[in-house]
Design a protein around this ligand. Structure first.
Ligand SMILES: Cc1cc2nc3c(=O)[nH]c(=O)nc-3n(C[C@H](O)[C@H](O)[C@H](O)COP(=O)(O)OP(=O)(O)OC[C@H]3O[C@@H](n4cnc5c(N)ncnc54)[C@H](O)[C@@H]3O)c2cc1C
Length: 414
């Protein structure tokens, strides 16, 4: 069992500015010259371990899980056993006590093999665990974080049938009844919800206050959550996406997370961070498609030579490699900014937007590079393209990311 129990040190920083340059009067501080590809030893170890897990355990199951539209329990168990379901949770609470960038690395590596497994890990870590770690009371953290690190899967329930991009127009209601809250309403599109046991549910306790009535509740499956529908999707088919019904679900008063009326703030802040996770998923996906298709182009011969030796093919592959790297750097930059306590909402939106564009483009090209073979389900290349479509939709559509970026531009320039 691999665990990463030590808090990660700051990346090793090297000052590369030459002191002999007489025209320069200022030297960059050491902290300014770190490459975005500089990782701590533990982050590198984590990358290697996740890569092995993805290739050995996830890889052989990808096609079957996609065709069955079901996550293999062996994979879920493996994610917990590898310490990948409590990446930033402290060791005292059963987690791996690692950095946010470690979570991003894990999400990226899993997506290279299966974006469905990647999003399971992503939602559980960057949304559910992070809400508990950031806003949960000591009692809530001590009760739930060990379970969420050990064996219980989490879901984040914000969207509803009538509220998607306009998430805070949600209709779910909670009414106080003695020492309980009674929840009613429906949540739609909830990732992990078929297998999850712990749900963070956003409901309004006082619609007269508008979004200031939105409150986050910790709801356990056996409190009465019903699965109304399991979606059949184009991509990430092994990742469960369900509509959940809440009919008079009684939730103990102590399960309000972060305070009454604080749900709006929690959701906004957490989704900014979660978007970096989706960006990492899309970077991994693009790389996975590239890695599957390019070797084929050096095996397949047409007109007497490998198709990968034609300049028309080489230039497309070179451009794809540039775009993947640019998306990766945007993602790592947003992750490090968040980790170091800098503003990151604009950078996260840029990373998510661009990575989803690149994932779709590269996965589409990867099919074409492999010709007819790429169009079959046997190679798994087409699956990356199907999976890529979701990057422009969840955790804020591409238009919503552009809107976020545009707001920053307006603030800066008007
Ligand atoms: C597979 C999957 C998993 C998901 N997982 C979760 C989850 O775990 N938890 C959760 O809470 N939600 C989840 N979601 C919901 C997801 O976040 C929403 O689907 C997303 O926010 C978009 O909402 P919508 O589908 O209602 O689309 P809509 O909001 O109806 O948008 C439709 C189109 O209109 C555009 N549009 C909307 N408003 C504007 C505007 N102001 N300006 C310009 N264009 C606009 C959008 O960009 C989009 O192109 C998931 C969705 C899917 C498909």
């Amino acid at each position: 069992m691999l665990r990463y129990a030590t808090r990660l040190a700051r990346p090793v920083l090297r000052n590369t500015v030459s002191s002999s340059r007489s025209f320069s009067t200022t030297r960059l501080a050491a902290s300014q010259v770190t490459s975005l590809h500089t990782f701590t030893e533990e982050e590198e170890m984590l990358r290697d371990a996740v890569r092995r897990f993805a290739n050995d355990v996830v890889g052989p199951r990808v096609r079957e899980m996609d065709e069955n539209e079901m996550m293999d329990p062996v994979v879920i168990k493996g994610l917990f056993e590898q310490g990948l379901m409590g990446i930033e949770t402290s060791a005292e609470l059963g987690g791996s006590d690692s950095s946010f960038t470690s979570a991003i690395i894990a999400i990226e590596e899993l997506a290279k093999v299966d974006p469905s497994v990647s999003v399971m890990c992503d939602v559980h870590n960057t949304l559910v665990n992070t809400v508990f770690r950031t806003y949960g009371s000591k009692e809530q953290q001590e009760k739930y974080l060990p379970q969420l690190s050990e064996n219980k899967l989490g879901s984040f329930c914000l969207s509803e049938p009538a509220s998607g991009s306009d998430a805070f127009a949600l209709q779910a209601r909670a009414v106080k009844d003695g020492d309980h809250w009674v929840l009613n309403g429906s949540k739609m599109w909830i990732t992990n919800s078929y297998e999850a046991e712990v749900f963070l549910v956003f409901a309004n306790i006082d619609p007269s206050k508008g979004y200031r009535g939105i409150t986050c509740f910790i709801v356990e499956r056996d409190m009465g959550i019903k699965i109304a529908k399991k979606e059949q999707k184009l991509g990430i088919r092994a990742s469960s996406t369900c509509t959940l019904d809440f009919d008079d679900v009684r939730v103990p008063a102590e399960n309000v997370l972060g305070g009454e009326g604080k749900g709006y703030k929690i959701a906004i802040e957490i989704l900014n961070e979660g978007r970096i996770g989706i960006a990492a998923q899309m970077v991994g996906l693009a790389q996975g498609a590239f890695d599957k298709s390019v070797p084929y182009t050096f095996q397949r011969k047409q007109f007497g030579k490998a198709i990968g030796e034609f300049q028309g093919m080489q230039f497309q592959q070179a451009e794809a490699a540039i775009e993947i790297e640019a998306a990766r750097l945007l993602t790592y930059n947003a992750a490090r900014r968040k980790e170091e306590g800098n503003s990151f909402a604009k950078e996260a939106a840029m990373a998510k937007y661009y990575s989803s564009v690149v994932a779709q483009k590269v996965a589409g090209s990867a099919i074409e590079w492999a010709g007819g073979v790429g169009f079959t389900r046997e190679t798994g290349i087409e699956k990356f393209w199907r999976d890529s479509k979701i990057g422009a939709i969840y955790e804020g559509t591409s238009n919503i990311q552009l809107q976020t970026i545009a707001k920053f531009i307006q603030k800066e320039y008007s």
